[in-house]
Design a binder for this molecule. Structure first.
Ligand SMILES: Cc1ncc(COP(=O)(O)O)c(C=O)c1O
Length: 426
C-alpha cells in the first residue's frame, strides 16, 4: 500500500482548467459533443482511438433497421439496398476521409483479414517484374508496426517463399524516408507501414514515403486504422497503392464493425486476392463450376457482408462530413497540444515521459505517456470512470477522438492520472 494521499487541486490545475474551458468555448465543433450517447459514470473517455463512442441516433437507427429493412422487407432488402452496400459505403469513406475517388474502396471483413488479402495480393503482384537477381522477394515492415500487420506479413512471406526485411524507426518519431532508403532495393516487392503509429501516434509522411517506395519499383500498403477519421488524407494525390483501415475507432462503427480496403484503380487489374469466395465472382448467382473474379474493387469481397455492423458508421460519416476533415484535424491538434501541455505541467514532475512527437505536425490523434506504474494506474482509473488505455510495457494512450472529446474532459483525465499515481497506482 502507498502512504501517499490524493493531492488537493493546485494553482496549476486551476490555470489549466480555465485554459481548457476557453479552448472549449472557442471550439467550433463543441456542439457535436451532444451528438454522442451519454455514458453514465464515465468522467473522461480517452479511448476513442480504440473504440469510438456510439452516436445518440444509433439505437433508433438499429431498431428501425431490425423493424423495417430486415423485419419487413426481409430478403428483398438484399436486392433493394444491401448488395452494393460494401462499395457504396467504401466510396463514402473514401470521399469523407481518404481523399480518394469512387470505385477504389470497399468495406468488408476485419482489418486483419483485409491485411492478409492485400499483403498477399500486393506481394504477389509486385513479385514481378524481376530485379537483377531474378525476383522481388522481400516484404519490408517496421518492427513497431501493430502485431497483426507483422504477424500477417510474416505468414504471407512464408506462404510465398519471400523474406521479411525489418526497419527499426525511432519509436517516438516513427518511420521516415531515411529509415527506408537503406532497405529498399530491386528485391523489394511490398512495404507495409502504418500512417499513424498505434503506440506513439507518430504520423508518417505518406506522400514522401510512397514516392520513395515507387522509386525502388515496389508497392506500399498503408494501415490507416489510426488515421481514418482523424487525419485528413489524399490517397489518390499521394499515389498510395493499397490501404486498409478499421471503422470502429474514429469512424465509430461499433465493436467488430468491418474494415475497409483501398486499391488504386490502375492496380486493380493486376492484383488477385487469395480468398476467392462467391461474393467476388463475376456473376454471383451463376453458381458456375469455376471462379472468375469480378473486375474492380468488388473483387476483394469473399462472403456475405456484415450489414448490421455497417450501420453505425454511416451516421458518423455524416457527422464527419458535416464538420469537415480539416476542422476535425484542427480540433485534434488542439486536443493533443493541450494534452501535451497538461502532461508537461501536471505529470512530468512525477517522472512521466512523453512517448509521442512534440510537434503536432508529426503526430495523429493520440498521445502516449510513460511511467513504470501505468499498468496499475490504468486499472484504478477504469474503476473511477476515467478510461484511457494501457499499452505494453508502460504506456498510457490518451486517445482524443476530436468530435466526442472536450479539452476539459482531457484535463480531467490527465489530473486523474496524477491522482492515481499519487496513490501508488494501487
Ligand atoms: C493499427 C492497427 N492495425 C490493425 C489492427 C487490427 O484490427 P482488427 O482487430 O480489426 O483485425 C488494429 C487494431 O486495433 C490496429 O490498431
Amino acid at each position: 500500500m502507498s502512504d501517499h494521499a490524493v493531492p488537493s487541486p493546485t494553482d496549476t490545475d486551476a490555470a489549466l482548467l480555465s485554459e481548457a474551458r476557453a479552448l472549449d468555448a472557442a471550439d467550433p465543433l463543441h456542439a457535436h459533443l451532444d451528438a454522442f450517447l451519454e455514458a453514465p459514470g464515465v468522467q473522461a473517455y480517452l479511448d476513442g482511438n480504440s473504440l469510438g463512442r456510439p452516436l445518440a441516433v444509433v439505437p433508433e437507427r438499429l431498431a428501425a433497421f431490425v423493424r423495417e429493412d430486415w423485419g419487413t422487407r426481409l430478403i428483398r432488402s438484399w436486392d433493394e439496398q444491401w448488395m452494393d452496400l460494401p462499395e457504396r459505403l467504401g466510396d463514402r469513406i473514401a470521399e469523407v476521409t481518404l481523399g480518394a475517388a469512387p470505385g477504389q474502396t470497399i468495406v468488408a471483413d476485419s482489418t486483419s483479414v483485409l491485411l492478409y488479402k492485400l499483403i498477399r495480393a500486393g506481394a504477389a503482384a509486385a513479385g514481378a517484374p524481376a530485379g537483377p537477381d531474378g525476383a522481388r522477394t522481400e516484404i519490408v515492415i517496421e518492427e513497431g508496426n501493430f502485431p497483426t500487420d507483422r504477424f500477417i506479413a510474416a505468414g504471407v512471406a512464408a506462404e510465398l517463399g519471400m523474406d521479411l526485411v525489418w526497419v527499426q524507426p525511432d519509436p517516438v518519431r516513427g518511420v521516415t524516408v531515411d529509415d527506408l532508403v537503406p532497405v529498399l532495393s530491386a528485391r523489394t516487392a511490398l512495404v507495409v507501414l502504418s500512417h499513424v503509429d498505434y503506440r506513439s501516434g507518430a504520423l508518417a509522411d505518406m506522400a514522401a514515403i510512397t514516392a520513395q517506395v515507387h522509386d525502388a519499383g515496389a508497392l506500399v500498403l498503408w494501415d490507416l486504422c489510426h488515421s481514418a477519421g482523424s487525419v485528413p488524407m489524399q490517397l489518390d494525390a499521394w499515389g498510395a497503392d493499397l490501404a486498409v483501415g478499421c471503422t470502429y475507432k474514429y469512424l465509430n462503427g461499433g465493436p467488430g464493425s468491418p474494415a475497409f480496403a483501398y486499391v488504386r484503380r490502375d492496380l486493380q487489374a493486376q492484383i488477385r486476392q487469395p480468398i476467392q469466395g462467391w461474393w467476388s465472382a463475376a456473376d454471383i448467382f451463376a453458381m458456375g463450376p469455376r471462379y472468375a473474379p469480378t473486375p474492380g474493387i468488388r473483387q476483394l469481397l469473399s462472403g456475405t457482408p456484415p450489414v448490421t455492423s455497417m450501420l453505425a458508421m454511416q451516421a458518423m460519416l455524416d457527422l464527419i462530413a458535416e464538420a469537415g476533415m480539416a476542422a476535425v484535424r484542427a480540433k485534434s491538434v488542439s486536443l493533443t497540444d493541450f494534452a501535451v501541455r497538461a502532461a508537461d505541467e501536471v505529470l512530468a514532475p512525477l517522472g512521466v515521459r512523453l512517448l509521442s512527437p512534440r510537434d503536432s505536425a508529426l503526430r495523429g490523434g493520440h498521445i502516449t505517456i510513460g511511467h513504470p506504474e501505468f499498468q496499475a494506474v490504468t486499472q484504478r482509473l477504469w474503476g473511477e470512470g476515467v478510461i484511457p488505455d494501457f499499452r505494453f510495457p508502460d504506456g498510457i494512450r490518451l486517445g482524443l477522438s476530436p468530435l466526442s472529446t472536450s479539452h476539459e474532459e482531457t484535463l480531467r483525465g490527465v489530473v486523474a492520472v496524477r491522482d492515481a499515481l499519487a496513490l501508488g497506482g494501487r
